[in-house]
Ligand binder design. Structure first.
Ligand SMILES: Cc1cc2nc3c(=O)[nH]c(=O)nc-3n(C[C@H](O)[C@H](O)[C@H](O)COP(=O)(O)OP(=O)(O)OC[C@H]3O[C@@H](n4cnc5c(N)ncnc54)[C@H](O)[C@@H]3O)c2cc1C
Length: 475
């Protein structure tokens, strides 16, 4: 008997597995593929995910395998200078191929004690008041108290639950892959620059060792996108768009993706929850999908662990959908906006010129960057301090950094006054009396996902906030 079965060893499922293991939850990850994929979908992490990795002590590993790029005022291919004073200690993009992200998250989950079983496809599930039974393709049945579908855009869990996935179907498709080219690099670069003046959804750039990542619009939306294109098909599309196929050969991998945009009607049905692409899909413009899934997992992990440990207050688990679904809705919308702005039709071109002009106003660019990087998210915790519901940037304290204090995934009262107390919740909430020049509130209560649950200096107020997120006092 496991506490939680996670279906899918993509970034969302693996992040969640690690988060649950921080709280000793017995976790099994089921993955249908026998081996990790070599297909490179996501190319990197945005600020909030970088912060999340720092809050769990993982950032060093990610930095060692990635490359940082300065964060610009970049939106839908419009480039402006980065606004001053972005509210983060990590103002950069971390370029890191998705298979590496997946591997690092899998390593962390297994180090913490999660079991990952590959070659195990979920085909059926049932649930009652006590637990969930998962049925695998080979007939094996497994039981757990909860199950989380992190099984991607074509989610079997979502289908088995009968949860609606409304939105727009794919109307465009692109072929993508990594391959060798025989054409010389200067010619490839010149041709790509020329083609991109009339087709923004086209690209070919070196990824090292003479290998190029190529993206080219497909002739039509494929019936079954799980069937990869052939190198001949991709070469033919290159000839249509660029007048040359660059001598592409020896692909490392080939794939296709579309622009379907959909949001699940629900994230939870009883003891079964879903996260990541299983509940939201959108085209990769802006590079937010993986980031969104990892942050879903970061929001869900401690709440599900609290439910299993038995101290979760009423409604805590449902706050997962209440907080994360509006965030996904916003990402879908900002992606729709970017798709429109990339169009070369006269109307969208005119809007693009206007947006580019408006982005000269620093506050406009700042708002757009806060959306793309997810540092602007504010969950609705009701009226209160301006920090309430927001995640806090890392701040330097007298003895270390704030994010270093969050590695165990517990609540945290960061207290400059030295007069406050978390007695009764000390098994769930750390109390650190410290101060730093950047910390301009007397005290903050942070949830395990770094969002501010309370800010102030009044013990009675604090005693009102603690049970809302951390359940009843003990002892
Ligand atoms: C071309 C492209 C570029 C992208 N670039 C970016 C980017 O730059 N930045 C970004 O943030 N995002 C990007 N994305 C999006 C990103 O790849 C996805 O959002 C991300 O992979 C979602 O992670 P996930 O774990 O939710 O789902 P997935 O990565 O799809 O993982 C789901 C896993 O579940 C497994 N599974 C499925 N069904 C079952 C079953 N029945 N039983 C057991 N296992 C099952 C699958 O094999 C898979 O391993 C891009 C996507 C594409 C297509």
């Amino acid at each position: 008997m496991f506490d939680v079965i996670i279906v899918g060893a993509g970034p969302t499922g693996l992040m969640l597995a690690g988060e649950l293991r921080l709280h000793d939850v017995r976790v099994l990850v089921l993955e249908k593929d026998a081996e990790p994929t070599v297909i490179v979908r996501s190319l990197g992490l945005h600020v909030r995910s970088i912060e999340v990795m720092d809050q769990r002590g993982l950032l060093e590993r990610f930095l060692a395998h990635g490359r940082t790029y300065p964060l610009g005022g970049h939106f839908a291919g419009i480039d402006k200078p980065r606004p001053d004073r972005l509210d983060t200690a990590h103002p950069y993009i971390l370029g890191i191929p998705q298979p590496v992200t997946d591997r690092l998250l899998a390593e962390r989950a297994t180090e913490l004690g999660a079991e990952i079983r590959r070659g195990c496809e979920l085909v059926g599930l049932s649930q009652d008041d006590h637990g969930v039974t998962a049925e695998l393709a080979d007939g094996t049945r497994l039981s757990s108290r909860y199950l989380v579908g992190c099984d991607g855009g074509r989610s079997t869990v979502r289908r088995l639950l009968g949860v609606g996935f409304p939105g727009e179907p794919a109307s465009n498709e692109w072929l993508v892959g990594e391959m060798e080219v025989t054409e010389d690099p200067a010619t490839v670069a010149a041709v790509v620059a020329e083609v991109r003046t009339t087709h923004r959804g086209f690209g070919a750039g070196p990824v090292g060792d003479g290998v190029y990542r190529v993206v080219v619009p497909a002739a039509a939306v494929a019936e079954d996108r799980t069937v990869p294109p052939t190198i001949e098909e991709l070469a033919q599309r290159l000839r249509v768009f660029a007048g040359t196929d660059f001598g592409v050969r020896s692909p490392r991998w080939l794939s296709r993706f579309g622009d379907a945009t959909r949001l699940a009607e629900r994230y939870r049905v009883g003891r079964v929850l879903m996260a990541g692409d299983a509940v939201h899909v959108h085209p990769p413009l802006g590079g937010q999908g993986l980031n969104l899934g990892v942050q879903d997992a970061f929001n869900l992990g401690w709440k599900l662990a609290a439910e299993i440990a038995g101290w979760a207050p009423e409604g805590l688990l449902d706050s997962y959908q209440a907080e994360r679904r509006p965030v996904a809705d916003d990402v879908l919308n900002i992606t729709r906006v970017q798709s429109e702005l990339m169009s070369l039709e006269p109307g969208p071109r005119a809007v693009r010129r206007l947006v580019a002009e408006l982005m000269d106003i620093e506050e406009v660019t700042r708002r757009l960057i806060e959306k793309i990087t997810a540092i602007g998210i504010r969950y609705d915790f009701g009226e209160g301090h301006e920090l309430l519901g927001r995640r806090m940037r890392d701040v330097v304290l007298k003895r270390g950094r704030l994010y270093e204090l969050m590695r165990g995934g517990r609540g945290l009262l960061l207290d400059r006054t030295g007069r406050l107390s978390v007695a009764g919740w000390a098994d769930r909430v750390d109390h650190v009396v410290d101060a730093g020049e950047d910390l301009d509130v007397p005290a903050v209560l942070l949830r395990p996902d770094g969002h501010v649950a309370w800010a102030g200096d009044d013990q009675q107020e604090l005693l009102g906030a603690l049970p809302r997120w951390f359940g009843a006092a003990t002892g």
